[in-house]
Design a protein around this ligand. Structure first.
Ligand SMILES: [Zn+2]
Length: 222
């Protein structure tokens, strides 16, 4: 895909996410890893709803700004996922309401923030990790994401929002949407004793679709 086309894609998906209320104000950011190891990133203080393709931040492989506006302050979130997940080509970070709400509930398992509720959640977002709260801009959050050793393509930042990697921008966007909708379902059904997918149904999805989910061993706890 040409540079112009990639820039268009970022702006198109950004607008779509913003217009559906998936990230308010100037929150949220998108990055794409390019063939030369450099990146295209949404600028700091830019609303995803009103991005200008020509002003996207173009970084080189070392992370230095080559052209465009100053990049988002949340770059460490993106680089930590790229560093630990070799196949990642795009990262999407939003402040989407239901996913943020989920992070504040006391029962959330940090290695499986959501139960296996729907096949498409597992197929697109995989399993989701939760990392503790860090002040915006604190570089320690990158360490927490690296600590997951690339096992998760979707991560929730406590009291903040989701960060999701994909092997294309479309995959990262769709996975983020699936995570948000599944968090919404969880909140709708919380305390209603819902029937989630059974271990056998999850195993069947893993085998049939070749899903690469982090092993979540019961004996592993605590
Ligand atoms: Zn954020």
């Amino acid at each position: 895909m040409s540079d112009a086309r990639l820039r268009e894609e970022i702006c198109r998906y950004g607008r779509s996410l913003f217009e559906r209320g998936l990230t308010p104000g100037s929150s949220g950011n998108i990055s794409l890893r390019l063939d030369d190891g450099g990146w295209l990133v949404t600028p700091t203080n830019a609303s995803l709803g009103f991005l200008d393709p020509a002003r996207l931040s173009r970084l080189d492989a070392a992370g230095a700004l080559v052209s465009g506006d100053k990049p988002t302050k949340e770059i460490p979130l993106h680089s930590a996922l790229y560093e630990t997940r070799g196949s990642a080509r795009a990262v999407v970070h939003l402040h989407s309401t239901h996913a943020v709400a989920l992070t504040m509930l006391p029962e959330i398992d940090p290695r499986a923030a959501l139960p296996p509720m729907t096949p498409y959640y597992l197929m697109r977002a995989g399993q989701t990790a939760l990392v503790p709260y860090y002040r915006p801009g604190d570089p320690a959050v990158a360490g927490a994401i690296r600590g997951l050793a690339g096992k998760y393509s979707s991560v929730l930042l406590a009291n903040h929002g989701p960060v999701v990697a994909g092997d294309s921008l479309e995959a990262a966007v769709f996975a983020t949407e699936e995570l948000e909708e599944t968090a919404k379902l969880y909140l709708l059904l919380r305390n209603l004793n819902p029937r989630y997918l059974s271990p056998a149904q999850v195993a069947d999805l893993i085998t049939t679709f070749g899903l690469d989910l982090p092993v979540h061993d019961e004996h592993d706890h605590k």
